[in-house]
Design a binder for this molecule. Structure first.
Ligand SMILES: [Fe+2]
Length: 282
């Protein structure tokens, strides 16, 4: 049986058949792109844990240039979660960087993110996309290009047209990423359709994530990975390259309500003009 890869809600019978073809494995639903109040989202770690436990949801908490929430979730070990971060680069592209253990995520953060943080901007940093990707590769990460055709600098179209990058920049990025975010719950449908069309032209695995900034939309889309329910990050990390995946549609209206929350958080971050919160020293 061919693994389901459509963007429609999973059919129970299909998923059952898929699970049975892989004896000894189970399908686990994963939202691979979420935010907390450690960056520009609303939910606290406590509330994220309660929601994930209640709905048997696995996540990667991928805060913007920030790892405290993701490391904390792994240390507390109550839910199935994969250490991760969303790195915003100087060109404007954003990468979802996943690791098999929180210690590796901390090492990566210290080396490739923290030295390049901007004091007033949460999402952007001074790290170049190529450096971000090469360090990630060197340190054993799995990297997915987030929302590849989102608004402005986040889009590959923008980067292709930009005079600030070389004419081979996009190809150099694509060469270095492990996967592309096929479906993102925070962008309009046509943006996701562009991502799907783009993926047909390259041979890369996919990821799917809600990009939730509030609890209600956590798990509104995601992938089914062949993994037994587990809180072991290394086990979860090992399933990322498996391709039996399926995503579900994001509930309508979630983007509209989320935008003002994000804008307010970014404005407050800018006005505080504090140094970006630093990760604790070893
Ligand atoms: Fe995001």
């Amino acid at each position: 049986m061919t693994p389901p890869t459509s963007l429609q809600p999973a059919d129970e019978a299909d998923l059952q058949a898929l699970a049975e073809t892989k004896s000894g494995t189970e399908l686990q639903f994963f939202d691979l792109h979420t935010h907390s109040n450690f960056s520009d989202g609303l939910p606290s770690i406590d509330r994220i844990e309660d929601r994930c436990l209640r709905d048997q949801l696995s996540i990667s908490l991928t805060d913007h240039n920030e790892i405290r929430g993701s490391v904390l979730l792994n240390e507390r070990d109550r839910i199935s979660c994969l250490p991760g971060i969303e790195v915003g680069t100087k060109e404007g592209l954003e990468f979802l960087v996943y690791f098999g253990c929180p210690g590796q995520l901390e090492d990566y953060y210290r080396r490739a993110v923290e030295p390049f943080l901007l004091s007033r901007f949460m999402v952007r940093s001074k790290v170049s996309s190529i450096d971000c990707l090469e360090t990630a590769k060197e340190m054993g990460a799995f990297v997915s290009l987030a929302h590849p055709f989102a608004f402005g600098r986040k889009s590959l179209d923008f980067q292709r047209a930009s005079r600030k990058t070389t004419h081979t920049f996009v190809e150099e990025v694509v060469e270095r990423i492990d996967a592309v975010e096929l479906y993102n719950g925070g962008v309009p449908p046509k943006v996701n359709r562009r991502a799907a069309a783009f993926l047909e032209s390259i041979d890369k695995p996919i990821t799917v994530g809600s990009d939730s900034h509030r609890l209600r939309t956590y798990g509104s889309c995601g992938v089914y990975l062949n993994a037994k329910p587990s809180t072991d990050a290394a086990t979860l990390f090992g399933t990322l390259n498996n391709q039996p995946v399926h995503s579900t549609e994001t509930k309508a209206g979630s983007v509209t309500l989320t935008v003002p929350i994000i804008m307010l958080n970014h404005t407050l971050f800018f006005m505080r003009s504090n140094k970006h919160p630093r990760w604790r020293p070893k």
